[in-house]
Design a protein around this ligand. Structure first.
Ligand code: SF4
Length: 340
């Protein structure tokens, strides 16, 4: 669970029930600085003279705010819309896409007007009837570490369970799932756990739980009969990578319940980076050991108008054939959605 060093309550947020709840939860904790802001002032209340310091202090800051615009961003290809309950993440994964997308906002932000956000989701669902509409809850965040006191995922899960055509999904590396276990989800929410080998976690995913802890959390979620998937990402090639990834999958198999209500799904994504991401990462993590030598990669233009450095074609083939073989061998009933 995320215990912030400071909480910045934006103007008006304490008038909402969720703002009051978060305030009540932390007000007597002397380790937590509580600041009530006027109209502005998030950045001036987070210390740090340069991008790296601001990032580190930002990661220990919780902002409690109100989502103003209620236009949702699209979220192709994994969902139709982003659900803007939260943004940011407490993890410090060096390769994280948020470093590029939210580089100047490294803090965790919880929006307190959850009712309004869900009401807006309902309008989007109506518009697309009779088709299903899928909302992604982790497009710009890992929402789990604040869930024990924000309960906004719980509220969303309950909301979507009652809609006939609304679906919800989110991904996490974190383990604070207990408050979600007895929620009536109706099978309308899919939880995906992001897994990696302990070596990758140790080298590049500072501030996130060990693989075994994530697997334990996944076991709880599967036992609570949620549709559940695993994101194996990003896959890095290093000495003995096949052994480590195979061991990870075997460990997963040993811990998960033998019978699941829904087939377990897998998405596998090899490591890639944009030139802009590399630039930001090397500023935030000047000593990073992330493999980002452009000469060793192949540059590919993407559908969004910018390119990425991928592993070389032969290496990608190795990754594909390895996971195509090993996942079905260990999980005969699992569904491999894609390997890229
Ligand atoms: Fe980014 Fe996910 Fe790591 Fe958080 S846990 S820093 S969202 S990669």
């Amino acid at each position: 669970m995320f215990i912030p060093k400071r909480i910045l309550f934006m103007k008006g947020s304490l008038e909402y029930e969720l703002g009051k709840q978060i305030y009540a939860y932390f007000k007597d904790n002397r380790q937590v600085e509580i600041v009530k802001l006027g109209h502005h002032g998030i950045k001036s209340n987070i210390p740090g003279d340069n991008i790296a310091e601001f990032y580190r202090h930002g990661k220990r800051t919780l902002v409690v705010g109100i989502r103003k615009g209620l236009q949702f961003q699209s979220c192709k290809p994994s969902a139709h819309y982003q659900l803007p309950l939260l943004s940011g993440c407490i993890g410090q994964c060096e390769y994280c896409y948020l470093n590029t997308n939210l580089g100047d906002k490294p803090y965790m932000r919880v929006n307190v007007n959850v009712d309004k956000i869900l009401e807006q989701a309902g309008k989007y669902i109506e518009e697309r009837l009779p088709e299903e509409t899928i909302f992604e809850g982790s497009a710009t965040s890992d929402p789990i570490p604040v869930e024990p006191y924000s309960h906004s995922l719980k509220q969303a899960i309950q909301y979507f369970s009652k809609t006939e055509k609304g679906r919800f999904r989110f991904a996490t590396k974190f383990t604070d799932v207990d408050t979600l276990l007895d929620v009536d989800h109706g099978g309308h929410t899919e939880v995906r756990f992001s897994l990696n080998t302990d070596r990758v976690i140790q080298d590049f995913e500072t501030g996130t739980p060990l693989m075994s802890k994530r697997i334990e959390a996944a076991k709880k979620i599967i036992s609570a009969e949620y549709p559940t998937g695993f994101l194996i990402a990003p896959v890095f090639l290093y000495n003995n990578w096949q052994n480590d990834y195979r061991n990870m999958l075997e460990q997963l198999k040993d811990v998960l319940p033998k019978k699941t209500v829904y087939p377990v799904t897998f998405e596998v994504i090899s490591h890639r980076y944009t030139p802009r991401a590399k630039d930001i990462i090397t500023k935030i993590f000047p000593d990073t050991k992330l493999p980002m030598d452009n000469e060793e990669r192949t540059y590919k233009y993407g559908q969004f108008g910018y390119g990425k450095y991928l592993y070389q074609k032969e290496e990608l083939e190795k990754i594909k054939s390895f996971f195509q073989e090993v996942i079905p061998a260990i999980f005969p009933d699992g569904v491999v959605k894609y390997i890229i």
